[in-house]
Ligand binder design. Structure first.
Ligand code: SAM
Length: 195
């Protein structure tokens, strides 16, 4: 298959934008797959900040890092990504979001439009020029379509002089397949406040 799958594509974007020593963010740690992936990319001089509102997600992420002896590269925070700016002060090279619920856990705990957009706004300020925010948008669950539409509405209005916004999506797959939104910061700018 020549067209990269959505999750592969998201990972490739992270590989292309992260170098050893970088500061990066996993905005939805979940079972820690992305946190581990980021920890492998930033090296011993880099730092991953991982966020999740569920204690079991924080524990699963810490376990995954410990199993791979990479716990020293990540700070796993039991708090929402809407608090990113309180915890991250350094310029960020890349951030990843996997929206929706944690597979194998409580399906009622899902990411929400307002907090997701707040986190994107904060990250747009924190991003280096050339830095990337990658969102994998799952939208098949209750509330998923509202979040998808709110995020697309917000990012579509970002001025292209300051940020390039891409959607990567298979158009003929069944059952609400996830898709990628990627934002590349081109220039510092005053990020608009969401309505
Ligand atoms: N990337 C994860 C992995 O590798 O397993 C999967 C993430 S899962 C699709 C979405 C996660 O977002 C859930 O673990 C959920 O608890 C978390 N979440 C929901 N609201 C959040 C918020 N405001 N801030 C941070 N995480 C949140």
């Amino acid at each position: 298959m020549k067209l990269q799958r959505v999750l592969q594509y998201a990972q490739q974007l992270l590989i292309d934008s992260i170098q050893e020593g970088d500061t990066v963010v996993d905005a939805t740690a979940g079972n820690g797959h992305d946190t581990l992936f980021l920890a492998q990319l930033v090296g011993d001089n880099g730092q991953v900040y991982a966020f999740d509102v569920q204690k079991n997600a924080v524990d699963a992420t810490l376990h995954r890092l410990l199993d791979n002896a990479l716990e020293h590269r990540a700070l796993v925070l039991h708090t929402g990504h809407e608090n990113i700016a309180k915890h991250v002060q350094k310029p960020v090279a890349a951030a990843i979001f996997n929206l929706g619920y944690l597979p194998g856990s409580d399906h009622d705990i899902v990411t929400k439009p307002n907090t997701t957009i707040l986190a994107i706004q904060d990250l747009l300020q924190l991003l280096k020029i050339g830095g990337l925010i990658v969102l994998v948008i799952y939208h098949g669950h209750p509330g998923g379509k509202e979040e998808r539409d709110a995020v697309i509405d917000f990012v579509s209005q970002l001025p292209q002089k300051y940020v390039h916004v891409l959607k990567y999506e298979f158009l003929n797959q069944q059952n609400d397949p996830p898709f990628v939104i990627a934002l590349e910061k081109m220039k510092d700018f005053p990020v608009p406040v969401a309505q």
